[in-house]
Design a protein around this ligand. Structure first.
Ligand code: 4AD
Ligand code: MG
Length: 450
């Protein structure tokens, strides 16, 4: 753009040239079927006005609603005299390509799905004292003493300590141990019992020391053996049971998959050719076919009857490993997503609602090929006595859950929700093998550069 608009005549010397501009949308406005897009390419402060009519190639991208401030574009057109008073020249667009990425489209479709279905987007705290999953897989947050920050080369030396060398939490910013959140669910439940259906979409952190292709330390919520930071999408549905939860998870997955099949054709062709042959047709099946549902007990029977020899032996009560999950979805059900429900309570978190058999809880996991567990959810225990009994049984400190118990103490409603790790979704939707390729700056054990 500096080449076009940099000179004294602001581009008039290049009239009628066909140009290609690569840049980002500054402003976007539509006047009936004519679209005005101000594009900036970072070369100068000036924007180039691009004018697009409905006969230009790529107009369907406008209709998809994907193009807004910040979107990356490639625009080709002829430079013409501008009729507006603010600029001398403008680009008459012949062709526009949205340089979108599937990850972006999945995030957009996630908001679109929940917003169109009346869910409210809520934020949950990143730093918290509670461990939602009770698995002790949290990253601890300590505060460096400001005075020693300048005097020491080692940040660790600046952590407040008592005489015996342990961390002095009373000196710490929060006055007690605080952690990066593993899940926004417990906060989501408080929102849902005031606002009805809500969802969170934010980073979650798991200090699981596992190096696998599906676990990240920071996941925008999505993995089991991954130690990771990842993004998690966590809807919470008020006045809902496990069946409603499973229906919502199914509709959500079908919606976002259909969205990228329709709106990211070029990227999907690339993945289909270079990353995983046949992924487009397998994803089309996900949209069209209904998902298999079976109970944990039936899943164990199926695994016990399998011819395959598993590394981890199977028996009722065991946690399903990735090899079991993949066998169920890939082999037993030919690549169809499978929802397993009613897990033994011993292997699930304290907040899940106990079933009448008193052995299982109203939990569900959605398994998909290559990834295994994509979604984990449950109906929540809304009965105060049951919840207190469960916390006692697990020797969890009831005092620290006072606010969560109060939600039941002062009246609750049946509610349910699920969590989906965003990177696992990207992995599933693109055919990418390793979850670390599904996020630009992955975090995993021994890796926290840049
Ligand atoms: O099954 P999880 O641990 O469930 C929860 O955290 C619940 N509080 C969710 C809820 O009901 N609101 O995690 C949910 C999903 C998993 O199914 C998986 O997709 C993803 O989060 N996930 C990870 N993704 C990448 N790396 C990790 N380390 C992950 N751990 C979980
Ligand atoms: Mg899980």
């Amino acid at each position: 753009i500096v080449d076009i608009k940099g000179g004294p005549d602001e581009g008039l010397n290049r009239l009628d040239e066909t140009l290609v501009v690569r840049g980002w949308v500054r402003t976007f406005r539509a006047q009936s079927s004519i679209i005005f897009i101000e594009v900036n390419d970072g070369s100068c402060l000036s924007n180039l006005q691009c004018v697009m009519s409905s006969d230009a190639e790529g107009y369907d991208q406008i209709e998809s609603g994907l193009i807004s401030t910040g979107a990356s574009l490639l625009v080709q057109g002829v430079l013409v005299k501008s009729q507006g008073s603010k600029q001398k020249v403008e680009l008459k667009v012949e062709k526009l390509i949205l340089v979108a990425r599937v990850r972006n489209a999945l995030a957009y479709a996630t908001h679109k799905f929940f917003q169109e279905n009346g869910f409210v987007w809520v934020s949950s705290p990143i730093i918290t004292a509670s461990d939602c999953e009770g698995a002790g897989e949290q990253f601890c947050v300590t505060t460096l003493i400001p005075s020693s920050r300048e005097t020491t080369d080692s940040p660790v030396a600046a952590i407040p300590r008592t005489e015996d060398g342990s961390v002095d939490w009373s000196q710490d910013f929060f006055g007690k141990p605080a952690f990066l959140t593993v899940s926004g669910q417990l906060n989501g439940e408080t929102y849902a019992t005031a606002l009805s259906d809500v969802y969170t979409f934010g980073p979650t952190f798991r200090a699981e020391n596992s190096n696998t292709s599906r676990h990240l330390a920071e996941f925008w919520l999505n993995a089991k053996t991954d130690s990771s930071i990842s993004k998690m999408i966590e809807p919470e549905l008020a006045f809902a049971d496990l069946d409603d939860d499973m229906a919502c998870a199914t509709a959500y997955l079908q919606y976002v998959v259909q969205y990228i099949l329709e709106n990211c054709k070029e990227d999907m062709d690339f993945f289909n050719t270079w990353i995983e042959k046949g992924i487009i047709s397998r994803l089309s099946d996900v949209v069209e076919k209904s998902f298999v549902q079976l109970t944990y007990t039936d899943a164990i029977d199926l695994l016990l009857k399998a011819k395959k020899k598993f590394e981890f032996p199977v028996k009722w009560g065991c946690d399903l490993q990735s090899e079991h999950e993949r066998y169920i979805t890939e082999v037993a059900f030919g690549g169809c997503p499978v929802i397993i429900r009613d897990y033994p309570k011993e292997i699930k978190a304290f907040y899940m609602r106990e079933n009448d058999d008193e052995k299982t809880v109203a939990a569900m996991d959605m398994l998909v090929p290559r990834v295994g567990e994509l979604i984990g959810g449950s109906q929540r225990e809304e009965r105060l006595e049951h919840l207190e009994k469960r916390l006692d049984g697990l020797k969890l400190n009831k005092e620290s859950y006072w606010w969560y118990l109060d939600l039941r103490r002062y009246g609750s409603v049946p509610h349910a929700g699920f969590g989906l790790g965003f990177e696992r979704l990207v992995q599933f939707a693109t055919g990418i093998d390793n979850i670390r390729d599904a996020i630009p700056f992955p975090r995993a054990p021994g890796s926290a550069e840049f």
